[in-house]
Design a protein around this ligand. Structure first.
Ligand code: GLN
Length: 498
């Protein structure tokens, strides 16, 4: 019985099945992601694709955006067709095939590999995230700390990915690094299978299965989609149609936002929700807004902050020159270090009955992340005056970003799992993962606005991000006085009032 199982740091052993599988999936994802831009922009003679920075940046944004967008159909497929367990398994296999294709040193297969990673991650990511919460009953107080452990696993995976793939790339070449990502995902799959008995009964069936006719129709649609995808990619591939990735990127941001609102509204109005479930969904909506704004600032790490690290930061540490890429992993190290502290903090506050609501924690997380950009505002002013600044500026920024991340990201995952109506578990997690997608694309568009050779505009950009996120955060803090009460209604009988 999982409710009394405390074998894994006070948690059911089943948490290892879910967290370790996701750890390896993230190792493969971040390991590959760390090299993606470098690979695309490296000259062909150096083994890269020889794309311009603008094209590579836009493809990168579209790719990361799509990876998370496909969480929505992925969640739906689990809820209505195959259940979360199978979705994670097949998703993992598709991801691994994608990395194997990337490891093949033919330039021509590169985009096909990426498409596999996108589709596989869509199936795996929301469903593995939803499964964590399904190990606990609504009353179980361990849910938040379970998500903190799970989130720590994500970051351990990403650090392993950065280190191993980064090393292999510089020593043996890109395709070995992509190969390592395939091996990582493979290890995750082996662990998932091997420890699968621990999650017996968790999401092993679709929650609201379709009728037989519906099932046939759904597979027909999925099949048609895959055929169209294959045709469109081959047409783009043969060069019959060309497209400008930057233009596509901008439009996709709007499309994703419309899809998000429409899907949310669809569940809200047509999901047969009772009064309490609707209130809880209201609280979740605010959390999704906080999450979107959060990632659009936070994800500057891979782009504008990365360039700032490369061009305007004094990276000597004694005689050693710190590689630019290392600066980004500061986030994961701080996160792993601070996670136990945050887990203890929430438990402590809960014991004193003063634990803030999910909504408030997320809104505060957004404000703390934004304050990191005030640090960058000053740092980039020094840089604009022609100085190379100390690495401590970026360290301070990443510290604030990480503290914000710990208030928001694992907390929001836990909130989604607790506040969503159970029959929509996968789809709601898919919707939440779509906030990553929107955040990543907006981040890309913001970063694309400035040109690294014109450092004078940098302080302004950072100040704008800071002010915007602080204003949204403060509004959300005020609104969360109300939505925090709504959260308490989740899972209660329809007649209960707050
Ligand atoms: N680091 C988190 C994860 O991989 C969040 C990623 C994101 O871009 N929002 O799950």
């Amino acid at each position: 019985d999982r409710s009394t199982d405390r074998r894994f740091f006070g948690h059911p052993l089943a948490l290892t099945t879910v967290a370790v599988t996701e750890l390896w999936e993230r190792m493969s994802f971040y390991g590959m992601r760390a090299l993606l831009i470098i690979f695309m922009t490296a000259a062909i003679q150096e083994g890269g694709l020889g794309l311009t920075v603008a094209a590579a940046g836009a493809i990168y944004g579209l790719y990361t955006g799509s990876v998370y967008f496909f969480g929505l159909p992925g969640g739906w497929i689990a809820d209505r067709l195959i259940g979360g367990q199978k979705a994670v398994w097949y998703g993992g296999i598709i991801i691994m095939i994608g990395h194997i294709i990337l490891a093949i040193p033919f330039k021509s297969t590169f985009f096909i590999g990426l498409i596999f990673v996108v589709l596989g991650t869509g199936l795996l990511k929301p469903n593995v995230g939803a499964m964590v919460g399904e190990l606990y009953s609504t009353e179980d107080k361990r849910r938040d700390s379970a998500y903190t452990i799970y989130y720590m696993g994500i970051n351990i995976g990403s650090v392993i990915g950065y280190m191993i793939c980064g090393y292999l790339q510089t020593t043996y070449g890109y395709h070995y690094a992509f190969g390592a990502a395939a091996v990582g995902m493979g290890l995750g799959l082996v662990f998932y299978k091997y420890s699968g008995h621990l999650i017996d009964g968790v999401s092993d069936k679709p929650k609201t299965p379709l009728s037989d006719k519906g099932i046939r129709l759904a597979w027909l649609i999925i099949g048609t989609f895959l055929v169209i995808l294959t045709l469109v990619s081959s047409v783009i591939y043969t060069g019959t149609i060309t497209f400008d990735p930057s233009v596509v990127g901008e439009n996709v941001a709007y499309i994703f936002a419309v899809v998000f609102v429409a899907y949310f509204a669809y569940i809200f109005f047509n999901g047969n929700l009772n009064y309490n479930e609707k209130r809880a969904m209201g609280a979740l909506f605010l959390i999704c807004i906080a999450s979107t704004c959060f990632w659009s600032g936070f994800e500057q790490a891979g782009s504008s902050l990365n360039l700032f690290g490369r061009d305007y930061t004094q990276r000597m540490w004694g005689d050693f020159e710190v590689p630019t890429g290392w600066l980004q992993s500061i986030n994961s190290y701080i996160l792993i270090g601070l996670s136990p502290f945050f887990a203890a903090l929430w438990i402590n506050l809960a014991k004193r009955m003063i634990e803030p609501s999910y909504s408030i924690k997320c809104a505060i997380g957004l404000v703390i992340m934004a304050s990191g950009f005030i640090v960058m505002f000053f740092a980039s002013q020094y840089a604009a005056s022609g100085l190379k600044v100390s690495m401590n500026w970026l360290v301070a920024t990443y510290f604030l970003h990480t503290v914000g991340e710990l208030c928001l990201s694992p907390v929001a995952l836990s909130a989604v799992s607790k506040l969503s109506p159970k029959r929509f578990a996968g789809q709601m997690m898919g919707l939440f993962v779509l906030t990553y997608s929107m955040g990543n694309i907006i981040a890309g568009l913001l970063a694309g606005q400035f040109d690294p050779s014109n450092v004078k505009q940098m302080p302004n950009l950072y100040l704008q991000i800071a002010i915007f996120c602080i204003v949204v955060g403060v509004v959300l803090i005020i609104l969360s006085v109300k939505t925090g009460k709504w959260e308490k209604l989740a899972g209660k009988a329809p007649g209960t009032v707050s």
